[in-house]
Design a protein around this ligand. Structure first.
Ligand SMILES: NC(=O)c1ccc[n+]([C@@H]2O[C@H](COP(=O)([O-])OP(=O)(O)OC[C@H]3O[C@@H](n4cnc5c(N)ncnc54)[C@H](OP(=O)(O)O)[C@@H]3O)[C@@H](O)[C@H]2O)c1
Length: 288
């Protein structure tokens, strides 16, 4: 039977989004209408659905969302032209390119074309550089969401041993940089393990906080978890609409606290996107 405390993402997201809504209202009162532009390429139903959800949420929070839908046949240059227009448009503060885009297009190249100050995913190379240097800028959403989740649930991070399984660009690598920063909600001793560390369980078994960021369903099992540790499931793989998490459910029998199978890191990731968007609007409006 599970004894681990659950660490849901929904209340964290709710708190972040209420702060975002207040910040949007403040901007509007100052005569600035925050705009989060969205770009969809192609006709993938799931991507179209995700973008609709984000647009609805943006509207609820008080953003306007100019939208461009490019045909599946669009070229890389077409996509770059859309981004150049949004870069030049002073009424647009943030731009979201829904991932994935059709396979023959290069997402990273397109992202590099975006004005880094309008990058709400926090994944532009300049923003990764800012993160590495500890400079202000939009943070990658999933890592920022994990830091917020731990802080919200009162999980101390400072001075503790965090082990991250995975060094991918969206999750493991930026999370390691974030949690090693000198701030009260970070300041951890961070170790990153990956396929180059054959005996990675040696490290995860000593972690006070273990973050799964591999994208390999069920890779983290109870024998990889230190009894009483905090386990955060970041890595997931989708098989169709079925979500397969990295963390095997039985880890709850060993962990002291654990994110739920569904509704852990996901909601906090989306909330951080809107936080980046409103922060971008504030900075561009000269309001902080
Ligand atoms: N919940 C959310 O909202 C959210 C948001 C974003 C991403 N994610 C998920 O987070 C995961 C990571 O994303 P990413 O883009 O950073 O992934 P990625 O680039 O694919 O990186 C995966 C990492 O896991 C390591 N790994 C894979 N299999 C392993 C194994 N058998 N043993 C040890 N290490 C292994 C890889 O090691 P090598 O480097 O040695 O190959 C790599 O460093 C994905 O599952 C993604 O879906 C979730």
């Amino acid at each position: 039977m599970s004894s681990a405390r659950l660490l849901p993402g929904a209340p964290v997201a709710e708190q972040v989004l209420s702060e975002v809504a207040a910040s949007v209202a403040e901007l509007r009162a100052a005569g600035v209408t925050p705009a989060l532009a969205t770009v969809l390429v192609g006709d993938d139903d799931a991507s179209a659905g995700y973008i609709r959800i984000k647009q609805r949420q943006a509207a609820e929070l008080g953003f306007v969302s100019p939208h461009v839908h490019l045909a599946a046949s669009a070229s890389q240059a077409d996509l770059h032209a859309v981004l150049a227009d949004f870069n030049a448009d002073k009424s647009v503060h943030g731009v979201l390119v829904q991932y994935p885009i059709p396979g023959r297009l290069d997402y990273d190249r397109a992202l590099a074309e975006l004005d880094p100050d309008k990058d709400v995913d926090g994944m532009h190379p300049v923003n990764m550089g800012r993160l590495a240097l500890g400079l202000p800028g939009p943070l990658p959403c999933t890592p920022a969401g994990i830091e917020a989740l731990l802080a919200f649930h009162g999980v101390p991070v400072a001075g503790r041993e965090v082990v991250i399984l995975g060094r991918g660009a969206t999750l493991g690598r930026p999370l390691a940089m974030l949690l090693a920063q000198k701030r009260p909600t970070a300041n951890a001793a961070v170790t990153v393990v990956h396929t180059g560390v054959a005996d990675w369980p040696r490290y995860t078994r000593r972690a006070e906080i273990l973050v799964a960021a591999a994208g390999v369903p069920g890779i983290v099992r109870p024998e990889h978890v230190r009894p009483g540790a905090v386990v955060v499931g970041g890595g997931v793989r989708y098989e169709g609409r079925r979500l397969l998490p990295d963390v095997d459910e039985s880890c709850a029998e060993v962990a002291g606290a654990i994110t739920p199978r569904v509704g852990g890191v996901g909601p906090t990731t989306v909330a951080m996107l809107f936080r980046n968007a409103v922060d971008a609007a504030r900075r561009q409006a000269g309001l902080g």
